[in-house]
Every structure is written in C-alpha cells, then in structure tokens.
Design a binder for this molecule. Structure first.
Ligand SMILES: [Zn+2]
Length: 150
C-alpha cells in the first residue's frame, strides 16, 4: 500500500501534502491528523508528537541524507528498518552513532518511492552501486587481488 493510498483511506489528506522530496519530509501535522495517524498505527498520539519534523527543516531540497548502517540495522529490532528524524535535519552531515559521513539519495529517486519498502529498495540499489564503484576503484588502483603478493 502506498502512503497516498493510506492517507486517502484514513482521511489524512493533509499528510500527502509533503515536500518536494516526497512523503519522508513532511511539515508538522495538525493535532487532528496526528490523532488519526495514531489510531491507524495503534499508538498513543504522545508517541507521534516528538517525531514531528520542525517546520524550519521543511524546504525544497535536492535529496536527503541517511546512514545505511542505521537504516538497515535497527538495534531495537533488526527486522524493522527505520528512517531517523535526525537525517531530516538540513545541517546533519554525519551519523551520530557511527561517526561516519551520511550517504545521499536524490530527489528523483525519492519521488518515485510510494512507501518505505520502495525507499529501502532504491537505497539498497544505491548502496550496491557504491560498493561496486569502490571495488572497481580498488581493483584499478591495486590490480586484481590474486596478482598481489601475500
Ligand atoms: Zn549510523
């Protein structure tokens, strides 16, 4: 199910008024929308309030940043990937957990994502491509692994 379908079925039309990078970066929602979202997710609305994106973070962007390790390896539940609110901070540059530079996913890729599974697929492909580029660069710099002396 897409975020748009969920929003329409749940009467959450305000939710689909997201930013130019898609539904991942949404402006703060009204309390009545939060209450409906909480009911849909079977959560207490007080759990959603701290997740609101500050309005000063919501503006046109060329893409978003993320930490691939934190995205795919949630220490609370490894079977549940997550998107951290701190990555929406326009001044974030590195992962607070891993002390590594955040990776970038561009707006066109994000705009094609209709739900979080789509985001994970797109970023998984980006990460695979990056690993191949790094491997090719190492191969070009060092030659094939089997040619190197022990
Ligand atoms: Zn991280």
């Amino acid at each position: 199910m897409s975020i748009e379908q969920l929003a329409l079925q749940g009467g959450l039309d305000a939710v689909i008024l997201a930013s130019d990078v898609g539904w991942l970066l949404m402006p703060p929602q009204r309390m009545d929308v939060l209450v409906r979202l909480a009911a849909l997710a079977r959560l207490d609305v007080r759990q959603l309030e701290p997740l609101q994106t500050p309005s000063e973070w919501v503006f046109d962007r060329s893409g978003l940043l993320y930490c691939p390790r934190c995205l795919f390896l949630n220490p609370i539940d490894v079977s549940v990937p997550r998107w951290l609110r701190q990555w929406l901070d326009p001044w974030a540059a590195c992962c607070k957990e891993h002390k590594a530079a955040l990776h970038y996913v561009g707006r066109p890729a994000l705009q094609r994502c209709h739900n979080f599974d789509d985001v994970l697929r797109v970023i998984g492909r980006l990460e695979d491509e990056q690993r191949w580029r790094e491997r090719a660069a190492r191969h070009k710099a060092n030659g094939p692994q089997w040619l190197r002396e022990p």
